[in-house]
Design a protein around this ligand. Sequence first.
Ligand code: AR6
Length: 217
Amino acid sequence: MPLHLDKIPTLRELYTRGVLKPAKVAPRHAPRAALLDRVSLFQGDITTLDIDCIVNAANRSLLGGGGVDGAIHAAAGPSLLEECRKLNGCETGDAKITGGHDLPARHIIHTVGPIYSSYKKEEKAEQLASCYKTSLQLVVASSLKHVAFPSVSTGIYGYPIKDATHIALNVARGYLDTPEGDKLDRTIFVVWSDADKLVYESLLPHYFPSEDEGDTV
Ligand code: AR6
């Protein structure tokens, strides 16, 4: 069943319901009321979202795989693979856009996250940040208004969920604070497991504090 944008709860709704609670320590960013209506957390299948654009956690071939990539190709149908064949792959940290094919979403941005290694933490962190930043830039450059991200690299590619979530939220907050970011109406973080949902719920208030939170660090 396609899920329309107005059924996806915003951070404001999640604060009101008590799902999100103010951070216990001073948040990293100043509260910005407008962002509470423009960011969402959603638990479920990203392929059901009836929005402008969803992001795929792909591999460098862009020719499909397991995890969310497999789910997106299965739901979008074989014509997505045909379009992907023409893209000549994608570098780690970069992103390329296709149509949504049989998905309710109009477009798919395929980004390639790093395969995690604790020996190259900084390089991996830069590559993962680049996935989010490049994808957000591509959304705006394509005049799209909404985007949904899965938790890139944290499944088969093994990136620790807490570190990856800090990177995702930091890049998104930084981008949404720019004039380009102002063009985005909704950025949705999609989680699959309960454990990942808890991580997002605990970290979101540090990057997107509710209006009545105090000083930042
Ligand atoms: N909707 C939302 N999130 C999902 C879905 C879904 N339908 N299915 C899985 N997830 P992963 P990666 C979550 O492994 O780590 C593929 O083979 C999942 O629980 O899909 O970047 C590619 O071709 C996890 O939180 O992506 C690459 O080879 C998150 O999506 C490789 O896996 C990402 O997990 C990429 O690995």
